[in-house]
Design a protein around this ligand. Structure first.
Ligand code: 6PG
Length: 261
């Protein structure tokens, strides 16, 4: 498995590394095939990434040529405080020019089952194909329970082998969600996890260094079949990792500025 684990001092470093990676992947996709598909997650962790992209990467990223999709959405209206679309809209779309036709929003306000089918069709139409789409970049987060996207531990949605997009009812939060499925995420070209905070250290250890317990966690089921898996985590989240699995450990002492640009 083509996996990289990068440990950085703090959330700011994680966000800056992710922004640099975003630029690298989008530039090479556009250069290589003239198009680029990016799927974004919600939650709190990627917010800093989005604001760095919209400020420091305004000119170096070809925003008018990138197609933005969502990994998952909460079934709420786009202006709702819990909307994953709203996070990106406020942090990025309000500050950089992404043409409306390249913003592929999940309509959280719609009926979940119908919307999951509609979004599946939109993805297949954009990729002009029947099989599994291959997103150039997929940004993921991980909950302290090991969930990722809106794929939760013990959920039947983890067993899905055909659908690209599913409606998921999450009992814990009493909320419908719409999520890309495991086969789609595992078909990504660059699949990138951003993980920050010590509350995620126990599950991150189990997911990255666990044995049988790994598959209990949806995040532990992310193994791109052909693509690259990159974990960008901060030291508090990595505090239970034995360094053996870590490919790059850039402690605070080293100073990370040299790493980016
Ligand atoms: C969502 C996300 C979800 C998120 C994790 C981590 O819609 O909430 O897509 O999978 O990445 O819950 O959330 P935090 O970044 O807030 O810890």
């Amino acid at each position: 498995m083509n996996r990289e684990i990068i440990v950085l001092p703090d959330h700011e470093c994680v966000s800056r590394k992710a922004a640099s990676l975003f630029e690298d992947v989008t530039v090479s996709s556009l250069k290589g095939k003239g198009k680029c598909s990016v799927a974004l997650s919600g939650g709190s962790t990627p917010k800093r990434l989005f604001s760095i992209l919209a400020s420091e990467y305004r000119d170096s990223v070809a925003w008018s040529d990138i197609d933005l999709f969502w990994v998952d959405e909460r079934c709420v209206p786009p202006d709702h405080v819990e909307s994953n679309f709203r996070i990106v809209s406020e942090a990025v779309l309000s500050r950089v020019a992404v043409p409306e036709g390249r913003v592929h929003r999940i309509r959280g306000e719609a009926e979940p089952h119908g919307e999951a089918l509609r979004y599946e069709r939109e993805i297949m139409e954009w990729f002009h194909m029947g099989g599994l789409p291959c997103f150039d970049l997929i940004i993921l987060g991980m909950g302290a329970d090991g969930h990722t996207a809106s794929l939760f531990p013990g959920s039947d949605s983890l067993l899905e082998g055909d659908r690209l997009v599913l409606p998921v009812y999450e009992e814990k939060v009493k909320q419908w969600r719409i999520s890309l499925t495991l086969p789609v995420i595992n078909n990504g070209r660059s699949v990138v996890f951003l993980v920050s905070g010590k509350e995620k250290a126990p599950v991150l250890h189990d997911v990255l260094e666990g044995r049988e317990e790994t598959s209990r966690y949806p995040a532990g089921l992310i193994h791109p079949s052909q693509g690259k898996l990159i974990w960008i985590v901060d030291e508090p989240a990595a505090s239970k990792l034995r360094k053996s699995g870590v490919t790059h450990f850039i402690g605070a002492a080293k100073g990370y500025n040299r790493l980016f640009h």
